[in-house]
Design a protein around this ligand. Structure first.
Ligand code: E4P
Length: 214
């Protein structure tokens, strides 16, 4: 499973990159706003740090505008994936940009039918938002299972990018199902490392080592 960070904070991206387990980054307009930096400047810097896909989202609503903006975004760096909303206009833009070999991340996916349509339109990634489904008492993880089954039925190569991840078990469950990628906040990536028994065990080993003869 590939690990992406869902952030526009450059310090977080540099830290995870140093851990050696970072495969890509997803941003969205809200995350860029939180970074308090100009959109293009921050996306360009992120793309220069990460050796993998960096998603940058369009902020237009009609297909012609999305295509125009998508082409501009793709010029920022070679590893930019254009994020398009899953709407009828987004589907049209996905088809047009995919035909120009611009990689697409279809975002705001909340149903299996949306994932099927965006794959047909040529998306490289689909991003089902599982946390936001859980928030409204729906089973986000069931959506990952459904998309996996449908893509496997038809040997669809579009990658499932589990998004709106809130805690480590979301990552583990998505991995068990066979999601290709999980994008997560920095805090969740950090939490993946930790187990209290590791800390207790290490403290004991270090204490015993100090007591033992050289
Ligand atoms: C995905 O690419 C989105 O940026 C993200 O996962 C949304 O997560 P949220 O529901 O925590 O805002």
């Amino acid at each position: 499973m590939k690990f992406f960070l869902d952030t526009a904070m450059v310090d977080e991206i540099k830290t995870a990159n140093d851990w050696g387990i970072l495969d890509g980054v997803t941003t969205n307009p809200s995350l860029v706003y939180k970074s308090a930096r100009p959109f293009k400047e921050v996306v360009k810097e992120i793309a220069s740090i990460v050796n993998g896909p960096v998603s940058a989202e369009v902020t237009t609503l009609t297909a012609p505008e999305m295509v125009k903006q998508g082409l501009e975004l793709s010029k920022i760096a070679d590893n930019i994936f254009v994020k398009l909303p899953t709407t009828t206009e987004g589907v049209k833009a996905c088809k047009a940009l995919s035909a120009k070999k611009i990689p697409i991340n279809a975002t705001l996916i909340f149903s299996a039918s949306q994932a099927l349509i965006m794959a047909k339109a040529g998306a490289s990634f689909v991003s089902p938002f599982i946390g936001r489904l859980d928030d409204v008492s729906e089973d986000g993880m069931q959506l990952i299972r459904d998309i996996r089954q449908i893509y496997d039925n038809y040997d669809i190569q579009t990658e499932i990018l589990t998004a709106s991840v809130r805690h480590p078990m979301h990552v583990v469950e998505a991995a068990k199902i066979g999601s290709d990628i999980a994008t997560m906040p920095f805090k969740v990536m950090e939490q993946l490392f930790h187990h209290p028994l590791t800390d207790i065990g290490l403290d004991k080993f270090m204490a015993d080592f100090k007591k033992s003869k050289a």
